[in-house]
Design a protein around this ligand. Structure first.
Ligand SMILES: NC(=O)c1ccc[n+]([C@@H]2O[C@H](COP(=O)([O-])OP(=O)(O)OC[C@H]3O[C@@H](n4cnc5c(N)ncnc54)[C@H](OP(=O)(O)O)[C@@H]3O)[C@@H](O)[C@H]2O)c1
Length: 291
């Protein structure tokens, strides 16, 4: 039996759909805080169970019978280590054999991304659980760059605190396909994979893409973290988002997101999709003509 937590979220649902392409629905358990949203999958024969990592009491029952479980990290940045630890403990008590977890690349203390502490703590909990484990260190989702590119195209300037750093953005759908592969194939236990797009892009690459959208040159404006954060604040973003986005720029600058890997291709048998395709698809533009 294969289980997926957070199955109503985009990554959880996409992973479930990918798993169901090869697995009998009766062998799939989806857990979520809002089972109603998965009624369509329940109608296909999947077991949908309520589970909230903040409510430990129901978790062991929710994971009962599951052999391999994908623990989708929650969106409660800064407060999710306790949630994830509860899920790991419950999985062990429920008899789960193999736990798969969605983490972040390079979860080391030197990495300034604010999400690192939660993920590093959860990875530790996984390793100490006594269960077989797999960590999927997902790079930044490619679609998150769409508003960045859009704004740069509108302004004619791309403001960044990432310096000359590169980032190997990945499609969330490719993260889902990779997770489904780990859930449905044997042989990926006790390993960490960096799940990335095909190339690591720098600010000049992103500005060139914005230029394609705008139909004119887009210049790169390099600023420090404080100035970058002030710009996000002035744009109306709430403080947690300001801190999160600024810290990812700093992490990019320091090279923590710069290593594209073959993991998506190795796991799924299909090349990862490039960021450019996500942006062009979202903004309805055709690829630039190549000389
Ligand atoms: N790589 C990236 O660029 C990137 C970007 C954003 C987020 N992430 C991480 O990747 C995860 C999945 O991505 P996504 O795009 O699908 O995220 P999302 O849209 O933010 O979805 C949030 C997820 O957290 C789950 N969740 C929230 N509170 C929970 C709780 N108390 N107990 C159990 N589950 C809880 C939700 O499950 P239910 O609603 O079904 O209960 C849902 O799966 C995110 O949660 C976050 O940790 C990565």
């Amino acid at each position: 039996m294969i289980g997926i937590t957070g199955a109503s979220g985009p990554l959880g649902r996409a992973t479930a759909e990918a798993v169901l392409r090869t697995v009998d629905p009766r062998e799939v358990v989806l857990t979520t805080r809002s089972p109603d949203t998965l009624a369509d999958l329940a109608a296909r024969g999947v077991q949908v169970r309520r589970a909230d990592f903040d409510r430990y009491r129901g978790l062991v029952d929710a994971f009962a019978g599951v052999e391999r479980l994908l623990l989708v990290s929650t969106d409660h940045v800064g407060g999710r280590l306790a949630q994830h630890r509860a899920a790991v403990t419950a999985a062990a008590r429920a008899g789960v054999a193999h736990l798969v977890y969605t983490s972040v690349p390079d979860p080391v203390p030197a990495n300034p991304a604010v999400v690192v502490a939660d993920h590093a703590g959860t990875e530790r909990a996984l390793r100490e659980s006594g269960l077989r484990w797999t960590v999927l260190r997902n790079h930044l989702y490619a679609h998150l760059q769409v508003p960045v590119i859009q704004r740069a195209a509108a302004d004619g300037r791309l403001v960044t605190n990432a310096g000359d750093g590169r980032s190997a953005h990945v499609w969330r759908e490719d993260c889902a396909e990779a997770a489904a592969a780990v859930l449905t194939q044997d042989g990926h236990e006790d390993r960490a994979f960096d799940i990335s797009g095909p190339r690591a892009l720098d600010a000049d690459d992103l500005a060139a893409l914005a230029g394609e959208v705008a139909g004119r040159d887009v210049e790169v404006v390099h600023v420090g973290d404080d100035e970058f954060a002030a710009g996000l604040r002035a744009f109306g973003l709430p403080e947690p988002a300001v801190a999160l986005i600024t810290s990812f720029g700093a992490a990019t600058r320091a090279g923590h997101l710069a290593r594209p890997t073959d993991a998506v291709a190795d796991l799924t048998g299909r090349a990862p999709r490039p960021l450019e395709d996500a942006v062009r698809a979202a903004l309805g533009i055709r690829p630039a003509r190549r000389p």
